[in-house]
Write a protein that binds this ligand. Structure first.
Ligand code: AMP
Ligand code: MG
Length: 344
């Protein structure tokens, strides 16, 4: 399949380029586009024929539902059953890196929700994504634009590598802002929202808006969910081909010791460490790179998938220092624990 690649400057968007891609959406074609979280692989979310092409391009199992992307608040009323009181609350988070699971309306085809009666819906904050949806005049169903199971794409090279020849259009719009997928919360189980996937919007922020919030243990990525509420979670995710070894410890000295011990088991390992720990490794003749700092977990999040892809198949193990389950750090550790082959 021939893929047309369009370059767009998100700070100075040429409308004609977006209109061309939006026309493709109207014709049931597939379009990769940037969002503030990761790149998405989109198609007309009201067309079964179009949505099927997403699953085919990614090699995604059909029982793993997609997120419906919309460009305005009104769309929540069109595609889900939601009270005005609840809509008022979620409006405070729109547009933004958060997805809401709500009861779905009939117009949304079953293929989007994998046959469930609930729909995951989100209004992204990226100007290119918003314009694309607006001009397409339909909601856009979109998962992350990676081959199923691989790390999500956060840079143009990633989408070109995974999706060239598999989709009709790729819109290149620079590097993403957050680098981890949206927070997902379930609003269908009683009055208290349940976090299904941690993301850029941390629990503290949700507590401000909803008062209370349930954080099941599986959100930390340490155990499989006992009931598969978020179906995507039953598959191994975010995993490069090279094994990832995650090292967790709240004491820096102990963590570094574990890393140095683990390094000995491989011929060509790479250590991905915090900036603050460079001093520990640089005298050991060890191949290392930094992945953010203790003082800025956002930087860690935005570099995470970039690093997993950069060193994939270049080394024989990636030994990664973990961070605290705090703020966006919860999302980072959730992805790392799912990508990990071993956790030490
Ligand atoms: P992706 O956009 O690739 O991160 O995948 C979307 C994810 O959203 C899926 O893997 C599910 O975990 C989640 N999701 C989508 N629809 C639902 C739903 N109806 N209920 C719960 N989780 C959902
Ligand atoms: Mg994904």
């Amino acid at each position: 399949m021939e893929t047309k690649v369009i370059d767009v400057d998100p700070l100075n968007i040429e409308e004609e380029k977006i209109k061309e891609a939006a026309q493709a959406i109207k014709e049931d074609k597939t379009v990769v586009f940037p969002t503030e979280t990761v790149y998405g692989l989109g198609a007309n979310g009201l067309s079964e024929n179009a949505v099927r092409k997403i699953f085919e391009a990614k090699g995604r199992p059909y029982d793993n539902p997609l997120i419906l992307h919309v460009s305005n608040v009104r769309s929540f009323l069109e595609y889900t059953y939601i009270s005005y009181a609840l809509l008022e609350k979620i409006e405070r988070l729109l547009p933004g890196p958060i997805t809401f699971v709500l009861k779905k309306r009939e117009v949304v085809p079953d293929i989007v929700t994998a046959g469930k009666d609930t729909l995951a819906i989100r209004m992204p904050a990226h100007p290119v994504a918003l314009k694309l949806i607006e001009y397409a005049e339909v909601p856009i169903a979109a998962p992350s634009a990676n081959i199923s199971g691989k790390p999500s794409p956060t840079m143009s090279e990633h989408v070109l590598k995974d999706m060239l020849g598999k989709v009709d259009y790729i819109i290149i719009g620079g590097k993403v802002e957050f680098g981890v997928e949206s927070t997902i919360i379930d609003l269908t189980q009683g009055k208290i929202p349940i976090i299904l996937r941690p993301g850029p919007i941390p629990p503290e922020k949700l507590k401000e808006i909803f008062g209370d919030i349930i954080i099941p243990d599986f959100v930390y990525g340490k155990i499989e969910p006992d009931y598969i509420k978020s179906p995507g979670m039953k598959y191994r995710h975010y995993a490069p081909n090279t094994p990832v070894i995650l090292v967790e410890h709240d004491d820096a000295n102990t963590m570094v010791k574990k890393v140095l011990e683990e390094v000995k088991s491989y011929n060509n390992p790479l250590v991905l460490c915090l900036k603050e720990h460079v001093g520990y490794y640089k005298d050991h003749n060890i191949n290392f790179d930094t992945i953010g700092s203790e003082s800025n977990y956002y930087e860690f999040a935005v570099k995470l998938f970039e690093m997993l892809r950069k060193y994939d198949e270049k080394v024989d193990a990636m030994i990664i220092e973990g961070i605290e389950d705090k703020g966006i750090g919860i999302a980072v550790m959730n992805r790392l624990r799912k990508a990990a082959y071993h956790i030490l």
